[in-house]
Design a protein. Structure first.
Ligand SMILES: C[S@@+](CC[C@H](N)C(=O)[O-])C[C@H]1O[C@@H](n2cnc3c(N)ncnc32)[C@H](O)[C@@H]1O
Ligand code: SF4
Length: 433
C-alpha cells in the first residue's frame, strides 16, 4: 500500500468513520427525491455541455468531439431532463447557475438558447448565469450571442501565455490570439470575466511563471483561476507522466509557484476567493458552485442533495437513449451519512478559504467546535488560520495551500476512479472510493 493510500484511508476513517465509500448503480426512487427536495430551501443548478472541437491531452472532464447530429439529440434530451425536475423543484429558488463542460460555447448556435429558455421557463431562477467558453469561440458574433442569452459571468481557458507551453498543452491558438480574445471580451459588460491558467507545466521555470503572472495581472480581466497541472491517469498526459500528483518535489514546486502568483495578484488589488482563484476587489467572483446543494443536468451532471449524491451517465449516446425512454439518466448514487455530509461541507469551505461556524450550526444543528474544534486548534498552531473571530474562520495562504494539498489526496484519487470508470463504462455496477 502506498503512503498516499495509507494516509487517505486513515484520514477518511477519522473524518467520516467509513472505511470505504461505494457508489452503486441505483436510481433513487422518485418519492425519496421528493422528500430530499422538500427539506431544501434553495439550490444550485449545473448544466454540462460535453462537446469540444478538440480533445486536450491533460483534460479530465467528460467530453467528446462536437457532432451536429449528437448535439441536436442532446438538446432534446436535456430539455426532457429539465421536465423530470420541474415537479421536484416545486418552484423553490435556484440561487446559482453554472454552465460548464466540455465547451459550452460549441452549442451557442445549436441548442444552447433552447435549453436556457426551457430552464428559465421551468424553474424559479433567482440568479445570474455563469458560463465557460473556449478562447477561439470568443468572436465578436459569439460574444453578442452570449450577451443576448443574458449570460453575465464568463470564463475562458487561456491556460498559458507562452507559445511553447501552449504547444505542450496542444492548445489551438497562440499568445496573440489570446490577447485579441481578451480585448474583445473585457469590453462586453460582463459582471465577471475569469481566465483559467495552468502552471507547474513540464519544464516551466519560476522566472517564466513570474513573467506570465505579471502579464496576467495587467490584462484587465476580473479574475484569474490558476491551477497547477494535475495528472489524471486516464488522460494522455497522465498516462505519460513520470512524476504524479503526489511527488513531493511537485508539491513543493507548486507551493513556490503559487507564492509567486500570490505576491503578484495581492500587489495588484486582487483578493483570494478560492484555493486557486484571485478576484479583483469589489467584483463578484466567478465560481462553479456557490451554494452547498445542487442539481446537475446533462451527461456526467452530478447532484448533491444533503443525504444523497448521484451522477448521470457520462456516455452522451446512453444519456440521450435513457432520457428518451422516459427514465432518469442516473448511473451511480451514494447515500451519505451525517459525518460524510459534514466532511463534504468542510471540504468546500476550505476550498473557499473561509467558513462560518453559524452556517455549520444552521445546516447540521450542531456546534462546529464539538465536531471539528480540535482540528481548528491544531491548524491555528501550524499558522494555517489568518483570522478567527469566534464565528468566521479565514485561512492563511499557507493554510489554504497545505489543507487543500491534503484534500487533493482525496479529490484527485476520487475523480480518477469515478470519472475514469464512468468514461469507460456507461453504467458501472459500482465504484469503490
Ligand atoms: C472545462 S475547461 C475550460 C473551458 C474550455 N473547454 C477551454 O478549454 O477553454 C476547465 C478548466 O479546467 C482546467 N484544467 C483542465 N484540466 C486540468 C488539469 N489536468 N490540471 C489543471 N487544470 C486543468 C483548465 O484551466 C480548464 O480551462
Ligand atoms: S480543456 Fe476544454 S477544450 Fe480541452 S478537452 Fe477539456 S474541456 Fe475540451
Amino acid at each position: 500500500m502506498s503512503l498516499a493510500t495509507f494516509s487517505r484511508n486513515r484520514i477518511r476513517k477519522l473524518l467520516t468513520k467509513e472505511s470505504s465509500m461505494v457508489l452503486e448503480s441505483r436510481i433513487p426512487a422518485y418519492e425519496s427525491l421528493e422528500k430530499e427536495f422538500q427539506g431544501i430551501n434553495e439550490f444550485g443548478l449545473y448544466l454540462h455541455i460535453p462537446f469540444c472541437r478538440q480533445i486536450c491531452p491533460y483534460c479530465p472532464y467528460n467530453k467528446e468531439i462536437y457532432q451536429p447530429e449528437a448535439v441536436e439529440m442532446y438538446t432534446r434530451a436535456v430539455i426532457k431532463e429539465i421536465d423530470f425536475y420541474s415537479g421536484l423543484f416545486a418552484g423553490k429558488p435556484v440561487t446559482s447557475f453554472n454552465i460548464g463542460g466540455g465547451t459550452p460555447t460549441t452549442m451557442l448556435g445549436s441548442g444552447l438558447g433552447d435549453i436556457l429558455e426551457h430552464i428559465f421557463k421551468s424553474f424559479n431562477m433567482q440568479c445570474e448565469t455563469h458560463m465557460e467558453s473556449h478562447p477561439n469561440d470568443l468572436t465578436p458574433d459569439n460574444l453578442n450571442t452570449i450577451r443576448s442569452l443574458n449570460i453575465e459571468h464568463i470564463s475562458t481557458g487561456i491556460e498559458a501565455l507562452q507559445d511553447k507551453y501552449l504547444r505542450i498543452l496542444k492548445r489551438p491558438y497562440d499568445k496573440e490570439g489570446i490577447k485579441a480574445a481578451i480585448e474583445r471580451t473585457v469590453n462586453k459588460g460582463f459582471k465577471c470575466f475569469n481566465v483559467d491558467f495552468i502552471f507547474a507545466l513540464p519544464g516551466q521555470t519560476y522566472a517564466e511563471l513570474e513573467q506570465a503572472g505579471y502579464e496576467l495581472a495587467g490584462m484587465a480581466t476580473d479574475q484569474v483561476a490558476a491551477y497547477p497541472l494535475f495528472y489524471f491517469p486516464y488522460t494522455e498526459m497522465g498516462e505519460s507522466a513520470k512524476k504524479g500528483n503526489y511527488n513531493i518535489s511537485n508539491i513543493f514546486k507548486r507551493r513556490r509557484m503559487l507564492r509567486i502568483l500570490e505576491e503578484i495578484f495581492y500587489g495588484r488589488d486582487y483578493e483570494r476567493t478560492s484555493v486557486w482563484a484571485f478576484t479583483k476587489k469589489g467584483v463578484p467572483k466567478y465560481c462553479s458552485v456557490t451554494v452547498p446543494l445542487y442539481v446537475g443536468l446533462g451527461a456526467s451532471g452530478g447532484s448533491y442533495l444533503r443525504n444523497i449524491f448521484y451522477i448521470n451517465t457520462f456516455n452522451v449516446a446512453e444519456y440521450i437513449k435513457r432520457v428518451e425512454d422516459g427514465k432518469m439518466p442516473i448511473a451511480l448514487s451514494l447515500d451519505l451519512s451525517e459525518s460524510m455530509q459534514m466532511a463534504w461541507w468542510l471540504y468546500w469551505r476550505v476550498y473557499e478559504t473561509r467558513f462560518k461556524r453559524s452556517d455549520f450550526r444552521e445546516r447540521f444543528g450542531k456546534e462546529f467546535d464539538e465536531v471539528y474544534g480540535k482540528y481548528v486548534k491544531l491548524f491555528s498552531l501550524f499558522g494555517y488560520i489568518k483570522k478567527d473571530d469566534g464565528n468566521e474562520v479565514i485561512l492563511s495562504d499557507r493554510g489554504i495551500y497545505w489543507l487543500h494539498a491534503l484534500e487533493d489526496l482525496f479529490s484527485l484519487d476520487y475523480i480518477s476512479k469515478l470519472w475514469g470508470t464512468s468514461k469507460q463504462e456507461p453504467w458501472p455496477e459500482k465504484v469503490v472510493l
